[in-house]
Design a binder for this molecule. Structure first.
Ligand SMILES: Cc1cc2nc3c(=O)[nH]c(=O)nc-3n(C[C@H](O)[C@H](O)[C@H](O)COP(=O)(O)OP(=O)(O)OC[C@H]3O[C@@H](n4cnc5c(N)ncnc54)[C@H](O)[C@@H]3O)c2cc1C
Ligand code: SF4
Length: 333
């Protein structure tokens, strides 16, 4: 299948000036309307003819969707806030340093200046077969090209695969899951709020998308509750090069400790499955233990259920080491 990058295919462009207008448009256009945030992911796909929407709804003029504010004890981030603003904002840095770090680790400064937090968590997978337009399972076909003996699957999933072995590429998604963020989803029909953990879906649930967002729905707010405000955290992203590169594995954790004892932790891995992979069993196993003992246990047990592919067995060891270091406090801020 040819990839054409010479020009942008035409589409109808809508530029709503407020949220009500955006929701009405999204509802009216349904699957024919593509929501555009910073465009870092979207425009590339349009130019590649991988996605050819008839209509694009540019959210850039919707002031209600941008900015960072305190609302009671919650910190509320508009999905149209750029990754740079998330990484630099004093309230985010002070209360949720984990998210500031994760946002600051995305790609390169140019992409962080243009790309938004909402776009970062709603972006699609980077599996190159799929992005190049191969008719694999995720694209409606009947084969996974990555999960074959000859498949190029070094970057693919070690957990949660069901026909498709693509991974969630977002650096901020694991941080939001660790911080127990809540996501407000808006539509012309109303509003619903879900835990970040329930926002992301794996191929066992729906192989055609990575989030629960349906046509006509707009991510409206990212709310950070006070539960983990100010808690020690750890974030590590391992990539091939320290520029412009997606994670091979990333790890986000928040911890509560008393002296040398680990009281409670939330540990989430990215780029190992199609959704951020929370290590709930490990969290339960380590709670209340001396930190060194907890770290050894967590490192040993992490991703025990992994099923690596032909070229990504290294991710198992990598994930185990990242989890060990997070619990041991070697990367905690
Ligand atoms: C060279 C390169 C390197 C990259 N490296 C990394 C990396 O290391 N780590 C990483 O995490 N990402 C990386 N990315 C991806 C990049 O961060 C994301 O593409 C970017 O954050 C997307 O944000 P955006 O605002 O540009 O979204 P867009 O491209 O505009 O949108 C992305 C998707 O989100 C949907 N969307 C956006 N906003 C909303 C909303 N409010 N409601 C509902 N749906 C919405 C869009 O419809 C679209 O499907 C890289 C991208 C490039 C091009
Ligand atoms: S990993 Fe998923 S997206 Fe990639 S080729 Fe296989 S089915 Fe398609």
């Amino acid at each position: 299948m040819a990839t054409v990058r010479d020009s942008m295919p035409s589409f109808d462009l809508y530029q709503p000036a407020d949220l009500d207008a955006a929701l009405a448009l999204a509802g009216r256009l349904g699957p024919a309307g593509w929501l555009l945030a910073g465009g870092c992911d979207s425009l590339e796909r349009f130019k590649d003819r991988h996605k050819t929407p008839k209509a694009v709804i540019d959210l850039g003029g919707v002031a209600e969707l941008a900015g960072i504010r305190a609302d009671g004890d919650d910190l509320v981030i508009g999905p149209m806030t750029t990754l740079t603003d998330v990484a630099r904002h004093p309230l985010v840095r002070e209360r949720f340093g984990l998210l500031a770090r994760a946002a600051g680790e995305v790609a390169a400064p140019q992409i962080r200046n243009q790309g938004t937090l909402g776009g970062n968590i709603a972006q699609d997978t980077r599996c190159w077969y799929y992005r190049a337009g191969w008719t694999c399972y995720r694209a409606g076909g009947n084969l996974c090209y990555a999960d074959t003996p000859q498949g190029r699957n070094r970057e693919h999933a070690i957990l949660g695969a069901s026909r498709c072995v693509a991974v969630s590429p977002s650096d901020t998604a694991p941080a939001l899951v660790a911080l127990e963020a809540r996501l407000v989803i808006r539509s012309a029909a109303g509003r619903r709020e879900v835990a970040a953990e329930d926002f992301f879906v794996g191929p066992d649930r729906d192989i055609t998308r990575l989030t629960i967002l349906k046509p006509g729905e707009v991510l409206g707010e990212i709310r950070l509750p006070p539960a983990w405000a100010g808690a020690p955290w750890a974030f590590e992203k391992v990539r091939d090069r320290p520029v412009w590169d997606f994670a091979l594995v990333n790890m986000a954790a928040v911890l509560r400790t008393t002296g040398d004892r680990l009281d409670k932790a939330r540990v989430v891995l990215g780029a190992v499955a199609a959704r951020p992979w929370r290590l709930a069993a490990i969290e339960a196993a380590v709670a209340g233990r001396p930190r060194a003992e907890a770290a050894a246990l967590a490192g040993r047990l992490a991703v025990a259920e992994a099923r690596p592919l032909s070229h990504n067995g290294y991710k198992v060891t990598l994930a185990q080491n990242l989890v060990f270091r997070a619990i041991a406090g070697k990367e905690a801020a």
